[in-house]
Design a protein around this ligand. Structure first.
Ligand code: ZN
Ligand code: ZN
Length: 238
């Protein structure tokens, strides 16, 4: 969570060196650390050749992730970003069988002492026509500044039956547009998000932070993203 993936791997090897055999819990820990820090190759290397252990770890992760529906989205993201569509289908089937519904992504922003909440394609906010108009305007400005909307296979695949993964009007973008609309130029926009931010919203916030010269802070499920001058504090690993 603090971006110390490499430290976790080091600690893992220190364990091995001192003769402590790793079990499925150890692997769960080190692989979580790898996934948090984008260390996909390292993670693959660590369970490579341990097929049965790998499966136990995945079961363990599923158990761990089974706490709430939103966590399944995290798991789906993990498999889809690894391009493992079989596992994506498997998890979906698992969710369907158990009647687990995913929580729709929502983003909140505080303004003048009131918390404003947005969900995907939301039209419940009293000022939504202005918010959508502002978002379209911002989108145009950001495209000029180099933002390219990303319709990756990840998003594409998730959007098939998950309304929460539409691209154009994600809750984060609506909340950002509201922040830009309501606050004076240069003011930091702070948003809290209940699911992991997608690649496209992350790009959007990066370009906005430089094109609009505004700091954007987004807290998602696993960390804080501080966008400033076109880059994010997470260094694009989250
Ligand atoms: Zn998004
Ligand atoms: Zn980030």
């Amino acid at each position: 969570m603090n971006g110390c993936g490499r430290d976790a791997i080091e600690a893992f090897f220190e364990m091995i060196r001192s003769g402590v055999p790793p079990d499925d819990q150890t692997f769960t820990g080190v692989l979580s650390a790898c996934s948090h820090s984008g260390l996909v190759d390292e993670g693959m290397m660590l369970i490579h050749g341990h097929v049965s252990l790998g499966e136990r770890v995945v079961e363990h992760l599923i158990e761990l992730k089974a706490q709430e529906a939103g966590d399944y989205v995290l798991l789906l993201n993990m498999y889809s970003s690894a391009g493992n569509w079989d596992k994506v289908t498997e998890v979906r089937q698992f969710m369907k069988e158990r009647g687990i519904q995913t929580t729709p992504g929502s983003s909140t922003i505080e303004f003048a002492g009131v918390v404003h909440e947005f969900t995907v394609d939301d039209i419940s906010h009293p000022r939504h026509p202005e918010v959508y108009a502002a978002l379209d305007e911002i989108g145009q400005q950001l495209r000029i500044a180099g933002y390219v909307p990303e319709i990756s296979s990840e998003l594409h695949n998730l959007s098939v039956d998950e309304k929460g993964y539409h691209l154009s009007y994600h809750s984060e973008k609506l909340a950002i547009a509201f922040g830009v609309l309501m606050t004076p130029p240069g003011k930091t926009v702070r948003i809290a998000n209940n699911v992991r931010i997608c690649v496209d919203c992350h790009n959007f916030a990066k370009v906005l932070s430089s094109a609009y010269n505004r700091e954007v802070v987004i807290r998602d499920r696993s960390r804080f993203h501080h966008f400033r001058g076109g880059v994010c504090s997470c260094e694009d690993y989250w």
